[in-house]
Unconditional design. Structure first.
Length: 467
């Protein structure tokens, strides 16, 4: 039996109305992308539903309801990050993944814990800005087209003709007809290679990094804002073809049409009400002070993170951000340490704990075929761009899953990420020969899988091939 999977990774679906989604429906949405891990999905579904419930309370009660933060316990590659990321996409929430081990205690050289809120705010600003771009896109394109037409056919500067109304009207009509012909050619792409000269903003002001006692921060030095009397509106002329010019002018028109003050206000509100921060590798900072070595700052980092999770106010260039209702999802393998090694105050701020199970061979089969972005679908779509049609037999998929589970068992268990390395080794020949293949239909059966992978799996030095 041969399975032919569609190369389409995503299909357009009607937007989801979150207010009406039950936890069961939220889990069903997550099932489209993540295999198994029912407990973790239930936990994030309940946390999301509680957030929706909170928004329906009166202001006084809503202020008192704290987010139900989650700790996910599980080895790498079992779906911790993917569950959190898909949850954020489902809710259209600002989402930031950050590794807790990258932070250091205040006083050490490293990242300041407050930078995670600043980074999340930047993400929210870009999200809101892109939503506004959709609203003004048509108007911006029309404005850019008019500017290009003005460059190709400058407007009439003086009253045309010999002073008589008839002659003036005739020349104006001729001008309009010519302009409309140019507009049509512009829309059809016939003028894309025409060279024009436009004025662009001079963005040559430098950006500096400064080191403070809070860590390394980037500071944009805008001399024009600091010394408004010294500089006018600095522009320079640049020559480019029409296709490049219209792209630049569309961006300029969009920036004029979008009210960035409003974007900043909406972004701050979105971060405060629906922001999600995924704190990965939380187990790496678990542990109490031992008085020497790298452990000295572990408890310090935890104590620095604590106010952010508890609820504090962080200063950003878009305004003050309250973190009281930001949802924090922490994750770690906890092979060496355990959640109880975290300081008690931080443990108390993560009331929900879920353990993610290691992936089995059956899980690998489902991961390869079921999700909307399944790995086999991705490779089929990639090869289809070369005109190569890949087909996978049912037995081949079982063999791929078997080898992935075998290598995970014999070596470091890296979960579903093992499938990526296995698939790369499996399709190495086809990927390399793809453009030159005469036979464009390639069937991947169990024999082919065994030929490509058996020797690698048998080899003792697997890291040379797989890791």
């Amino acid at each position: 039996m041969t399975i032919y999977l569609s190369g389409e990774i995503e299909t357009v679906e009607p937007p989801v109305n979150l207010d009406e989604m039950t936890p069961r429906q939220i889990v069903a949405e997550l099932d489209k992308y993540v295999v198994g891990q029912k407990e973790a999905k239930r936990a994030v579904a309940i946390a999301l539903r509680n957030r929706i419930r909170r928004q329906k309370l009166n202001d006084e009660m809503a202020e008192e309801v704290a987010p139900k933060n989650i700790i996910m316990i599980g080895s790498t590659g079992v779906g911790k990050t993917e569950i959190a990321r898909r949850l954020a996409k489902l809710t259209n929430s600002p989402f930031l993944k950050v590794e807790a081990s990258k932070f250091t205690e205040v006083g050490y050289v490293g990242r300041d814990v407050e930078s995670m809120i600043r980074d999340l705010t930047e993400i929210a600003v870009e999200m809101v800005r892109m939503e506004k771009v959709v609203d003004v896109e048509e108007k911006a394109e029309n404005g850019a087209q008019e500017k290009i037409l003005d460059l190709l056919l400058p407007p009439l500067q003086s009253p045309p003709g010999d002073g008589t109304a008839g002659a003036g009207n005739e020349i104006s009509e001729r001008f309009q007809r010519t302009r409309e012909k140019l507009r049509q050619q512009l829309l059809e792409g016939k003028l894309d290679d025409r060279i024009v000269e436009i004025e662009v903003r001079d963005r040559s002001f430098p950006s500096f990094e400064i080191i403070t006692n809070s860590g390394v921060e980037e500071m944009d030095i805008n001399v024009k804002e600091m010394l408004p009397g010294l500089f006018g509106s600095r522009t320079k002329k640049r020559t480019m073809n029409v296709s490049e010019a219209i792209e630049y002018l569309i961006q300029e028109e969009e920036s004029k049409l979008i009210d960035m003050d409003q974007v900043a206000r909406e972004s701050v509100e979105r971060v405060e009400e629906s922001g999600i921060i995924f704190l990965d590798e939380i187990d790496k900072i678990a542990g109490r002070e031992s008085g020497h070595g790298p452990d000295v700052s572990r408890e310090g980092v935890q104590r620095d993170i604590l106010p952010i999770v508890e609820g504090t106010t962080v200063n950003t260039k878009y305004g003050m951000i309250r973190t009281d209702h930001v949802l924090f999802i922490a994750a770690g393998a906890f092979h060496v340490s355990k959640p109880s090694d975290l300081i008690p105050e931080l443990q108390g701020r993560f009331p929900i704990r879920v353990e993610l199970k290691s992936l089995s061979e059956a899980d690998f089969i489902r991961i390869l075929t079921e999700p909307k972005n399944a790995l086999i679908k991705q490779y089929m779509a990639l090869m289809e761009t070369e005109g190569v049609n890949l087909e996978f037999s049912e037995e081949a998929i079982k063999q791929i899953a078997h080898y992935a589970a075998l290598v995970n068992e014999a070596n470091e268990d890296i979960g579903a990420r093992r499938l990526h390395t296995i698939m790369e080794a499996l399709l190495d020949e086809i990927s390399f020969e793809g453009p030159d293949l005469v036979e464009k239909r390639q069937v991947i059966d169990a024999t082919y899988v065994h030929r490509m992978l058996a020797e690698i799996v048998r080899d003792q030095d697997l890291s040379r091939y797989i890791l």
